[in-house]
Ligand binder design. Structure first.
Ligand code: NAD
Ligand code: UDP
Length: 340
């Protein structure tokens, strides 16, 4: 019999791709999502890709009574992947309490119910944001964390600490903290992908929406950073590679790894904003009009991952070439926008 995994936030961008990876790896998937930033169309996409539609429960993780009922129906699950969270950095500055309640309240409820129903393993979506502006590059998991610069970032630092304390106090729990760098791209089938609400904050959807003519011009935030070409540098990781890391993390725990594991998920290579724009043109043949704009407050000049630990311990590493990832992002945008 296949092992059951609860995926909170499973209708979202990373969650839906992870559903595909889990189903392809032979797991049974149950999605808990309140659809606050997604629709069940993503699960239809998962079904078209895999032939299996994950069971879906519309539930708010911050509502303990409703979440308890969902857990009670799936007490045979062997693990939880906890994606459910709000993720807009700017909005978190405007509405900090909303972010703390949703992201931390939801996490605490999940941990409590895992204890109550003896579900032992959790994978948590953390972020490279926990490193702030790092002193040395690339960052390893040992690189000291910096104070968060937004309530969103704070929920990731605090989320990690809450999980570490919970596992220390309740040894029946095990956890894997995955620090994502910059996930981009879509499933190669273009059945699922990223669907930002309104004007995208993130670079990749802004590029594809500009290429599709939805936005006039990409604003590149700053060209005078102390980096090789003056543009900010990030570690852009293919969404399908990222999704597969969750399967590797679960397997590692199911094979008996105790305690808390913390892993960077990146490619190990940095790319500047301009390099990404140029690579997009090479991969798709589409030119993205841009102009240089002022620096964006709070941006980290450069960060990329040392992902050796995930390679060594989880036997996971990024495999998809950047050009393929960018082509998948464009294929998805064309599908969404009805462009031939
Ligand atoms: P997303 O918004 O596409 O997915 C999050 C999902 O969680 C959505 O389907 C939303 O409806 C759901 N959700 C939110 N609050 C909920 C609640 N209280 N109860 C039930 N469902 C709820 O975001 P994503 O990009 O897929 O991100 C997934 C996770 O990864 C988040 O925790 C995010 O903070 C983290 N993360 C994302 C990135 C990134 O660049 N996308 C980087 C680092 C970390
Ligand atoms: N960026 C940009 N224009 C945009 C959006 C982002 O120049 O419209 C830059 C941003 O300054 C950063 C990089 O692209 O250097 C990645 O930004 P994103 O918001 O995608 O990720 P994060 O800053 O969270 O790493």
């Amino acid at each position: 019999m296949s092992q059951k995994i609860i995926v909170t936030g499973g209708a979202g961008y990373i969650g839906s791709h992870t559903c595909v990876a889990l189903i392809e790896a032979g797991f049974e998937v149950v999605v808990f999502d309140n659809l606050s930033n997604s629709t069940t169309a993503s699960l239809d996409g998962v079904a078209r890709i895999t032939g299996t539609r994950p069971e879906f429960i519309n539930v708010d993780c911050a509502d303990i009574a409703a979440l308890r009922a969902a857990f009670a129906a799936h007490r045979d699950a062997v693990g939880v992947i906890h994606f459910a969270a709000y993720k807009a950095v700017g909005e978190s500055v405007e509405k900090p309490l909303l972010y703390y309640r949703n992201n931390l309240g939801g996490l605490i409820n999940v941990l409590d119910l895992m204890r109550e129903f003896d579900v032992p393993n959790i994978v948590f979506s953390s972020s490279a944001t926990v490193y702030g502006v790092p002193d040395t590059l690339p960052v390893t998991e040992e690189t000291p964390l910096q104070p968060a610069t937004s309530p969103y970032g704070a929920t990731k630092v605090m989320g990690e600490n809450i999980i570490r304390d919970a596992v220390r106090a309740y040894p029946q729990l095990r956890a894997t903290l995955l620090r994502y760098f910059n996930p981009i791209g879509a499933h190669p089938s273009a059945e699922i992908g990223e669907l930002p609400n309104g004007v995208p904050n993130n670079l990749m959807p802004y590029i594809t929406q500009t290429a599709a003519g939805i936005r006039e011009c990409l604003n590149i935030f700053g060209d005078d950073y102390d980096t090789p070409d003056g543009f900010c540098v990030r570690d852009y990781i293919d969404i399908n590679d990222l999704a597969r890391a969750h399967v590797a993390a679960l397997r590692h725990m199911l094979n008996g790894a105790d305690g808390v594991g913390t892993f960077n998920l990146g490619t190990g290579r940095g790319a500047s904003v301009m390099e990404l724009v140029n690579a997009f043109r090479t991969a798709t043949g589409v030119d993205v009009p841009y102009k240089i704009a002022a620096r964006r407050a709070g941006d980290v000049p450069a960060i990329w991952a040392n992902a050796d630990l995930a390679a060594r311990v989880l036997n996971w590493h990024a495999t998809v070439p950047l050009g393929e990832t960018l082509a998948s992002a464009w294929r998805w945008q064309k599908q969404v926008s009805g462009i031939k």
